[in-house]
Design a protein around this ligand. Structure first.
Ligand SMILES: [Zn+2]
Length: 113
């Protein structure tokens, strides 16, 4: 399952951040997930909760913010929003789109105690 792999990646970052800060408990985690990752927030939350059991991140609040996909058009040079189903420049209709954002899955902040 896609989300379980993502959740494992998030948990790894959270735990190493927490350990680096001598935390005893992780209270909350803020994650930014690009639209193009296809992340389903509810599934990521469930996966994270399951994997975090027995770790200091157990019961941590997971806040997931979906980041819109944007791209750079190689033909007209504009920055465009990308519809994940059709990679087309909204300014000129070109398909020569270079993705800028939307593929990232970032742990933006970890709240520890
Ligand atoms: Zn264009």
């Amino acid at each position: 399952m896609h989300e379980l792999a993502l959740a494992q990646g998030v948990l790894d970052i959270v735990l190493s951040t927490a350990v680096g800060n001598n935390a005893v408990r992780v209270a909350g985690v803020k994650v930014i997930a690009g639209e193009l990752t296809g992340t389903v927030p509810e599934a990521l939350e469930m996966g994270f909760a399951a994997l975090a059991k027995g770790t200091i991140a157990e019961n941590a609040r997971l806040l997931i913010q979906l980041a819109p996909a944007t791209g750079h058009c190689r033909d007209c040079g504009s920055t465009t929003d990308i519809d994940k189903h059709s990679f087309v420049c909204q300014a000129c209709g070109s398909h020569a789109i270079e993705i800028i954002t939307g593929r990232e899955l970032l742990v933006e902040s970890v709240e520890v105690e």
